[in-house]
Design a protein around this ligand. Structure first.
Ligand SMILES: [Zn+2]
Ligand SMILES: [Zn+2]
Length: 235
């Protein structure tokens, strides 16, 4: 039976639950209106880093001053109240299925934007302590469903975390670039191909930028970024 038919049957058979934001009955993680409002990727954004911009096709001032190593950022929306609750549940309430649902949404946006099929999809790895504590890497849950939808390969053994660091969220924005330096490695050579890096939330872009630089040095042809949510700049 074709996968799409199985998936459609799965959607029909999935029991009705409650929207994670407004508690309306729905068969998905969020009801359609909440999904459109908070995860619809609405509004023009900087193509490089995903920050909201006043008009389409603009590169933001930050990327003009210091172009990031990744060529594009795809995001479903801005991180903030109330959608931050979904990310909290994904990370701290043992709900990896939310990650798989977000990966699927990201793939639909990727396809709708007309981006070419990536050669390889990689999650930002968690520290081993965090992975042990949580039991899963939410970025890997997203990456593998994103890859499955786009009929390409996801791997969790290409980009490795080789140094522990204090969590980025515990540091002021200005110290985050320094904090991630030397954290990642791509120990095995891999074929030059277009890579997509996946994470749940992108704040300064330091973590994704560092990972992208490592992958480019290891032979990636290009690196793109796909994140569920993008934190708007302070103020
Ligand atoms: Zn809702
Ligand atoms: Zn930008």
């Amino acid at each position: 039976m074709p996968a799409s038919l199985l998936e459609r049957m799965g959607a029909v058979l999935r029991p009705v639950g409650l929207c994670a934001l407004c508690a309306m009955p729905t068969r998905q993680t969020l009801c359609e209106p909440c999904k459109d409002q908070y995860l619809g990727g609405i509004g023009p954004r900087c193509g490089h880093c995903g920050l909201a911009q006043p008009a389409d096709g603009l590169t933001c001032g930050i990327c003009l001053r210091l172009p990031p190593p990744y060529i594009r950022t795809l995001t479903l929306g801005d991180y903030g109240v109330p959608i931050d609750r979904l990310i909290q549940r994904l990370k701290f309430s043992n709900e990896p299925a939310i990650g798989r649902w977000l990966g699927k949404l990201l793939a639909a946006h990727w396809r709708a934007a007309g981006h070419p099929r990536p050669g390889l999809v990689l999650p930002i790895p968690l520290s081993s302590a965090r992975l042990q504590q949580r039991g899963y890497n939410q970025a890997w849950e997203m990456a593998r469903s994103f890859a499955r939808e786009l009929r390409t390969t996801a791997r969790s053994d290409v980009l490795m975390r080789v140094r522990e660091m204090p969590p980025q969220s515990s540091l002021p924005l200005a110290l985050r670039t320094q904090n991630v330096r030397g954290v990642f490695a791509a120990p095995y050579p891999f074929k030059a191909q277009d890579v997509v890096l996946i994470d749940d939330v992108m704040t300064t872009g330091s973590t994704l930028g560092e990972a992208a630089s490592v992958l480019l040095r290891a032979g990636a042809a290009t690196v793109s970024v796909a994140v569920a949510l993008r934190t708007p700049p302070p103020g």
